[in-house]
Design a protein around this ligand. Structure first.
Ligand SMILES: Nc1ncnc2c1ncn2[C@@H]1O[C@H](COP(=O)(O)OP(=O)(O)O)[C@@H](O)[C@H]1O
Ligand SMILES: [Mg+2]
Length: 352
């Protein structure tokens, strides 16, 4: 073709074509959601950037394929479509303004009882989200058994910057734990106001970076800590970790009831340590009883435990293992759920 630059293709025509493509999780089209930026047209080639609501988007390639197909089909003269991706995690509106830390979403990980793998799941979810390109922090609020330092291979006392603690960073994740601050066993006596204050300080007295997701590892059970947390900070949602056994259902239910009473949305239930030894089904049973989504299961695998003991999370140490793959996929699922939960009020992104 000679003469006509851009082959007669207009930005408007490209936008119109992309307005037929649905964001598969958010059930709105890419233009309404203002996810399309930087449209370029050169001869018979069209390019644009899709700004995802999370870098951990599980349906990126589906959106890519559908966008390419729509533009080729609906815009005459287009031969090639180049899709670029970027991501901008949306801020939970309840957090914005209320909390004086630059965190967009806070996710609490809870379980009815100890030993079900709450810290393990928190650690691997955080590392998985960081691997996807998200900015992530972990706040270990388990004062009775702070295992997060060990699982991240960290020790020592955090540095001070003015009157704030600087979190450690490991595997791209910012980490603060009660374990860095109190001698072993000391916190066991904490109750009520002291516990409340301690948990609050882990948010406000720490120089958190600009985080897309802050994951809070709660102590087991449904006691003071869960209450303190929900009173101190607006939680985007809670994830319940449970075992695969049928008896795990009642534990998970207690954790969920506490969230429900505190009006914390439940993102879903994860079943951990599934397999031949303990069986499976407890997580699904719990999810049905709670009326929450069953997010998936993580196999019982000795490499999960050894990774935790040596400070080398399995998603990095044995990425090909089924357990690691499940954890990576759970992280993407949770990120997508949070996108859905935070989609509505975001005027900044809706202006076209
Ligand atoms: N999927 C799994 N496979 C094997 N061991 C696991 C798995 N999940 C957790 N563990 C191990 O079980 C123990 C308890 O896990 P942890 O995360 O500390 O539980 P919680 O925080 O709920 O008390 C740890 O030794 C951990 O390494
Ligand atoms: Mg723990």
């Amino acid at each position: 073709m000679f003469g006509r630059k851009n082959n007669g293709i207009t930005e408007d025509a490209v936008r119109k074509a992309l307005s037929t493509v649905q964001e598969p999780e958010l059930y709105k089209d890419l233009i309404t959601l203002n996810m399309v930026r930087d449209i370029t047209i050169s001869d018979d080639q069209v390019g644009f950037t899709i700004v995802l609501t999370t870098p951990a988007c599980p349906l990126r390639s589906q959106m890519e394929n559908e966008s390419i197909a729509a533009v080729k089909k609906l815009v005459p003269g287009v031969n090639q479509v180049n899709v670029r991706f970027d991501a901008q995690v949306r801020t939970d509106k309840r957090i914005a303004g209320k909390l004086n830390i630059p965190v967009k979403n806070i996710i609490a990980v809870a379980s009815g009882k100890g030993g079900v793998g709450k810290s393990t799941v928190s650690t691997n979810l955080a590392v998985s989200l960081a691997l996807e390109g998200a900015k992530v922090g972990v706040l270990d609020a388990d004062i009775y058994g702070p295992n997060i330092p060990m699982m991240f291979g960290l020790s020592g006392k955090p540095r001070l910057d003015g009157n704030k603690m600087v979190p450690f960073t490991a595997f791209g994740v910012e980490v603060i734990s009660m374990g860095f601050l109190v001698p072993e066993g000391k916190a066991l006596v904490w109750r009520g106001p002291m516990l409340h204050k301690a948990i609050q300080q882990l948010f406000t007295d720490v120089r958190w970076g600009e985080l897309d997701y802050l994951i809070v590892d709660l102590p087991p059970g449904t006691g003071d800590a869960q209450l303190s947390l929900a009173q101190s900070v607006p939680l985007t949602g809670g994830v319940i970790v449970t075992g695969p056994q049928a008896v795990a259902v009642s534990d998970a239910l207690r954790g969920a009831e506490a969230f429900q009473q505190l009006q914390v949305p439940i993102i879903g239930v994860i079943e951990n340590m599934s397999g031949e030894i303990f069986g499976s089904g407890g997580g699904e049973g719990a999810a049905i009883k709670i009326g929450a989504e069953f997010l998936g299961r993580v196999d019982l695998d000795a490499r999960v435990r050894s990774g935790g003991d040596t400070g080398k999370p399995i998603v990095l140490e044995a990425p090909e293992s089924e357990a690691a793959k499940s954890l990576r996929s759970l992280a993407r699922k949770i990120a997508a759920r949070i996108s859905v939960m935070t989609i509505e009020p975001d005027p900044e992104l809706r202006i076209i």
